[in-house]
Write a protein that binds this ligand. Structure first.
Ligand code: SF4
Length: 537
């Protein structure tokens, strides 16, 4: 790592160790000698429990609903937590000004957003000292293997350069927990109540976002879905903030969203968005505002809920546990099984997975999200293992490849957009390399990898428009084929829909046959299917 003008994060013993290690290495005393001086990041000032009531915790990084519900859940447990706005290109430029070169752009967007928020408060009369004293930023952390492992360090460096030295960065999954260097000091306690409240908030956001994707493209009155969604957001925030269960709030959302008038008897192309977690999730300039752009261009989008990542993380744990179980000797590594009962560990992981899945289903039922099929990570692993080593980790690991193959083979989308920050190691360097093979093997599925840089939005949009043209044609053919198979004209399908009003509801989602939702609705409206559906209790 390049050292910048200030190296205040090195302690004296670390500097001595680093110097000794490098000197040994220069004299040919083995790589081990160089490693002895391995550099470690240390947290700045601790954020303690006593400071909790006087400290504002900022966070951002997911969709508007996710950020809002995360913060509301924390506020319900006594934390002063607020979401920063979704980062835009102004934030990116500020981040680039103060960050190291060669970072992934989520770093620049995030830290630029943070610096801008601090400057705004300073302009409104807060002193720098009070901001450093009374605010912290909460971010996800990791130990790599890609540049994600350096995010918190990069944030501290950029903040220092911007004049906010000592501003505290707290990590959601602190890598330093392992060695104690970044161990939280009690300011934020990720105990059971907080984890449960946040999880329910994040899962509710997933469900509302999925409902929004299904309803917005077909709304008859423009903006009706977003305004219903705004009210839903307030209802869920109110429940979380006041420590009440979220299901009653989601039931009210069901009424609000169910009241949006829709017309699904139209051929809209389905565009599936996969890629690097931040780039495919953010709703701002970080992915060229692709979600709203695609919907404006007449597409229905399928985005990745956060629970897919959660289920993947559990899959990783189970997979690694299974491999460790078959080692010849006792495994005394950090996550080794020496002295533990692997069966018990596996039972806990499986139990956790079941709890997560049943919570998702129960929240989805409350909100009226039907036809929800949770991702089968084992299946994604099986699909991709021939092309992507399951032991290669980082980012979405094998999931991008698995998701594309699943989408292509099951006709889930007409176009797959894989979005990632420029130069993303797991996504551009590995997955996209593999996708050149998988896309050749599945030529009927259109695939386009987009590397985001913050620049060139017009050319990315124009390329996507070109690909959408073909996707529109395919949606049209599927729609016409469905009408032919059903033996109906569009007018007859509309009449039948008017007679069976349930199928015209915003919350009714036809069963998957092809990628075009309108074609699936025609199939559901066909005489044979209608007869069967009427017998469904
Ligand atoms: S997944 Fe990609 S964009 Fe994200 S930190 Fe790693 S290399 Fe950077």
């Amino acid at each position: 790592m390049r050292r910048e003008s200030s190296n205040n994060e090195y302690t004296q013993p670390q500097k001595r160790e680093a110097g000794k290690g490098l000197a040994d290495a220069r004299h040919g005393n083995s790589v081990d000698a160089a490693m002895r001086g391995h550099w470690r990041d240390t947290a700045s000032r601790p954020f303690t429990k006593a400071q909790r009531s006087s400290t504002t915790i900022w966070m951002t990084g997911f969709t508007t609903n996710h950020d809002a519900f995360f913060c509301a859940a924390a506020r319900g447990l006594g934390y002063n937590m607020e979401a920063l706005p979704v980062p835009d290109n102004q934030a990116l430029n500020i981040g680039k000004e103060y960050g190291n070169r060669g970072q992934c752009n989520p770093t620049y967007y995030t830290v630029g957003n943070l610096v801008r928020a601090l400057r705004d408060l300073e302009a409104r009369g807060h002193t720098r000292e009070s901001l450093i004293q009374n605010f912290v930023f909460l971010t996800a952390g990791a130990c790599g293997p890609c540049r994600f492992g350096m995010y918190a360090t990069e944030y501290r460096k950029a903040l220092r350069e911007a004049g906010y030295e000592g501003f505290r960065i707290e990590q959601l999954f602190p890598a330093g927990l392992v060695d104690g260097s970044n161990a939280p000091a009690g300011g934020i306690e990720f105990d059971r109540p907080l984890v449960m409240a946040i999880s329910k908030g994040l899962l509710s956001a997933d469900i509302l976002n999925l409902l929004g994707n299904r309803i917005r493209p077909y709304e008859i009155e423009k903006g009706a879905t977003n305004s219903a969604m705004e009210n839903c957001r307030l209802l869920v925030i109110d429940a979380l903030e006041n420590g009440r269960p979220v299901k009653p709030a989601l039931r009210k959302c069901r009424e609000l969203l169910g009241a949006v008038a829709v017309d699904r008897l139209q051929p809209k192309p389905m565009v599936s968005i996969i890629g690097e977690i931040w780039a495919m999730t953010t709703e701002g300039d970080g992915n060229y505002r692709l979600f709203s752009f695609l919907e404006k261009e007449g597409a229905e989008i399928s985005t990745q809920p956060l629970y897919t990542l959660l289920l993947f993380l559990l899959w990783e744990q189970k997979h690694d546990l299974e491999l460790r179980r078959h080692l010849r000797g006792e495994d005394r590594a950090r996550r080794g099984l020496a002295g533990t009962n692997p069966w018990k560990k596996m039972a806990v992981l499986r139990g956790l997975e079941q709890i997560i899945k049943s919570t998702i289903h129960s929240l989805a039922r409350a909100a009226g999200l039907s036809q929800l099929h949770l991702p089968d990570i084992e299946n994604l692993a099986a699909l991709s293992r021939k092309h992507y080593d399951l032991e290669v980790r980082g980012g979405e690991a094998f999931m991008e490849v698995g998701k594309f193959m699943d989408i292509a083979q099951n006709k889930r989308a007409h176009l797959v957009l894989s979005i990632k920050p420029f130069g993303c190691l797991p996504s551009s360097a590995v997955s996209d390399g593999v996708q050149s093979l998988t896309t050749a093997q599945n030529p009927e599925a259109a695939f386009y990898a987009i590397e985001t840089t913050g620049d060139g939005q017009a050319s990315v949009h124009s390329r996507v428009q070109m690909m959408l043209f073909k996707a529109h044609q395919r949606a049209q053919s599927e729609f016409e084929a469905a009408l032919t198979v059903a033996g109906m004209s569009l007018g007859e399908a509309q009449q039948r829909l008017a007679r069976h009003r349930k199928y015209g509801s915003a919350l009714y989602y036809p069963r998957h046959v092809v990628a075009t939702t309108g074609a699936n609705l025609v199939t559901d409206l066909s005489a044979g299917r209608l007869g069967r559906l009427h017998h469904v209790p």
